[in-house]
Design a protein around this ligand. Structure first.
Ligand code: GDD
Ligand code: MG
Length: 352
């Protein structure tokens, strides 16, 4: 059985982080995000190949993952000539497929029981099975109404507030039968959410829902990207590298260099090669990427700093996300909610 991972979006809502780093490989504790999805797919031993459907900076992704050596599953890549939309991408990536396929949005993190989803699909002899999850505000998602027998009755992508009739949304995980792809036009952008799913409902085809109310998140905005780190550090979601963290959840690489007189409070993650100078304070929910330097008496709290960042003496970085190679000058204060792209420089004494 094959899995298709839709990972061709530009990640616009995660800009500036995604200008040089496509969304599928944004680091989560220094680990490219796709690893978490591959971990999820590997729950299903019958999946022998994951097809990555790409079009934005595909080479960067291929360089990291190759053919999947060491990942426990074979990886292959399909690069669309132009973005074909979510349905066009599935058709393009799945043109040679004849057997049931499992499709994932490339930006969701969850622990849904895929074997149970597949079982439901088979028991109901469905043309399509979709995982739903409850959320407080469905406007950023695809709203999905079901009946008492878990049949999908309506699919409404990005509903307006007045159109909300339930709290279950599309979690971005589907089991599909490839013979239904013939209705997706070739070489035209076509949406699985706006066209393919509504067409199944209109034609009265067996389209069933599996409702999952465990951990689920779409990492597509800076707030959600930060939330995922928070949830893993707080063990609301048990995942690497915190699955085996010590009780205080202070994960400090043995290859980090900590001078005397530094304070490090868990939960936090300090990657290899980090250098923390005397008097510096790493407060809870901080993530310091490889080779970051935290100068004397600087304070980092609740922030995610990608590799090679440098936080100057007496600077404060609070509840912010900094891309690679950022430099925050001495005595600068990043007061919360700041997102800096790679190589940003914040001048000494600035206040953001
Ligand atoms: N190959 C390819 N080509 N992939 C694409 C394309 C495309 O043209 N467009 C989007 N994708 C990929 C994105 O990379 C992402 O992994 C996935 O498809 C979904 O696109 P998003 O842009 O992240 O959509 P969304 O988050 O607004 O909404 C989708 O996800 C929600 C759950 O997170 C929809 O599927 C909603 O219905 C759903 O609730
Ligand atoms: Mg998304």
């Amino acid at each position: 059985m094959k899995a298709i991972l839709l990972a061709g979006g530009k990640g616009t809502r995660l800009r500036p982080l995604t200008i040089h780093t496509p969304k599928p490989i944004v680091p989560i504790f220094g680990r490219p995000f796709l690893h978490y999805q591959i971990d999820l797919v590997r729950q299903l031993p019958e999946v022998d190949e994951v097809i990555l459907s790409l079009n934005y900076q595909p080479r960067r992704i291929e360089e990291i993952f190759g053919h999947g050596d060491g990942l426990g599953v074979k990886l292959s890549y399909v690069v669309e000539p132009v973005p074909l939309g979510t349905a066009g991408a599935v058709r393009y990536a799945g043109q040679a497929l004849e057997e049931t396929v499992i499709v994932f949005n490339g930006d969701v993190m969850t622990q849904v029981d895929l074997a149970a989803v597949l079982r439901l699909h088979r028991e109901r002899k469905a043309k399509a099975t979709i995982v739903l999850t409850p959320v407080d505000n469905p406007t950023a998602y695809g709203l999905v109404e079901t009946d008492a027998d878990s049949n999908v009755r309506r699919f409404l992508e990005k509903p307006k507030p007045e159109e909300i009739t339930c709290n279950t949304i599309n979690a971005g995980i589907y089991v599909l039968e490839p013979h239904t792809f013939d209705r997706i036009p070739k070489e035209t952008a076509w949406s699985i959410e706006r066209s393919y799913f509504p067409s199944l409902v209109e034609r009265g085809e067996t389209f069933v829902a599996y409702v999952y109310d465990g951990y689920w998140i779409d990492i597509g905005t800076p707030e959600k990207y930060a939330q995922v780190h928070h949830d893993i550090m707080a063990r609301r979601f048990v995942a690497p590298p915190f699955a085996s963290a010590p009780p205080d959840c202070r994960l400090v690489s043995p290859a980090a260099r900590l001078e005397d007189g530094v304070t490090i409070e868990g939960p936090c993650f300090v990657d290899e090669g980090v250098y923390i100078k005397p008097g510096a304070h790493v407060a809870p929910y901080s993530v310091l990427g490889r080779q970051c330097i935290i100068e004397e008496d600087a304070r980092v709290e609740g922030s995610i700093i990608w590799a090679n960042g440098r936080i100057g003496r007496d600077a404060v970085v609070r509840d912010s996300i900094l891309g690679r190679h950022c430099h925050v000058g001495r005595n600068a204060v990043l007061g919360g909610g700041i997102v800096l792209g790679d190589k940003s420089v914040v001048t000494d004494y600035s206040r953001l």
